[in-house]
Design a protein around this ligand. Sequence first.
Ligand code: BG6
Length: 491
Amino acid sequence: MANFPKGFLWGGATAANQVEGGWNEDGRGPALTDVTLGGTVKENRKLTYIAADGTHGSLERSEPLPKGAHYAVLDECYYPNHLGVDEYHRFKEDIALFAEMGFKTYRMSISWSRLYPKGDEKEPNKAGVEHYRQVFQELKKYHIEPLVTIWHFDTPLYLEEHYGGWTNRQLIDFYVRFATTCFTEYKGLVHYWLTFNEINNTIMFLDFKGEAHPDSEYQTAYQMLHYEFVASAKAVQIGHAIDPSNMIGCMICGITNYPATCDPKDVLACQHTWEKNLYYCGDVQALGEYGSYSERLWKEHNVQLDITDEDLVDLANGTVDMYTFSYYMSSLVTTHEVKDKVSGNFSAGAKNPYLEYSDWGWAVDADGLQYFLEMVYQRYNLPMMVVENGLGAYDKVEEDGSIHDPFRIEYYRRHIAAMDRAIGNGVDCIGYTTWGCIDLVSAGTGELRKRYGFIYVDIDDEGKGTLDRSRKDSFYWYKKVIASNGEDLAD
Ligand code: BG6
């Protein structure tokens, strides 16, 4: 017998900038993703700009704009997020397919710049507000509960350029206005909310590749995070005040860390990695205060934060109702020299000889999901949800149009079984939304060929294709899993 409780929220997840398209329609303003080119696993995605002298250029995300330059959409370039998979126009068709699979929930995000095109306006863009109302009404038609991420990597470009993005305290107020609009406009239609997607990325990715960074980068990252924490905590309070039945969660990028050896130094380094990469954010959002190890983390990089007494009150009063996270992989932590390295952008570091790696170099580790659920539940004792889990892989369309993806089915089978075991071990896990229930633009590489969906979309990395949707084998398999409430994982 499977352990999934009655009413378990089975579903899938996407993010506005990766599926919607319609990037400049109905008053939507640009976000950073709209000036971001496609890349590959070896070649980072670049941002395009026009320099002061009018020449066109591109740079890495971590590089500052040249003096006098501004981000710009260049005619000669292709931007995969501009089209996404055209969900902006096809959401009815897609939701009908989700309903056919039996989804109980659909995780999606609201594009900030669709509601507030520049980000600092006093009033929202009505067309944007109405668009999402229609989406939620459509979901309601099929009894699919929306799970809405308020911020998923898409701060309006204007706020990035004119205010310095999250380095600026004013962003808290702009975000709170945006979040308040969401809670007010969609009251009764949406009950599950997430404030920030993978909030811990800001600090985690600094150290991921083991490259040295100046203290100033840590200063910036920790400060941005603090403002995001305060914005999140304020949003939680407002969301509860507007509708006390709202369930509001944090969303953490959940990577399970293991010590690479039994050297006590590795074990300790691993514990400190959990603190910095996972507990630092989880503690603030779930427990309402910075963990005891935070001073050490700040001191290591001479970080001095702008934190007011009022902020601390907000953090204490704005704790989340549930802990949600993405889970794709585990990672090894070691103080020793690493010979066998992994090349994938997320699993950078030591290779785990017990695991297989995806075509994009991500460690596939279902047991790591059970480990994560059990570790984190013991710490916070809050309901948990796995809101992203999936395999980015190549798909082949057969001559008859069918798509056989046994590797994806196997991936999900193992991860769902791991989640089942964690629930059997006492974890209060209330939902599971697979990443990219429909093919979408990869956030990391901008590729379309890195496919995650149960639903195939006929579109390639250059935007060529019909955009037609078709069902992969995994579509029928997941439908069966949902219908049996996780009991039937067989082919
Ligand atoms: C998570 C993000 O980091 O991983 C998603 O929340 C992202 O937006 C997903 O798409 C998978 O990563 P990628 O790079 O394969 O798209």
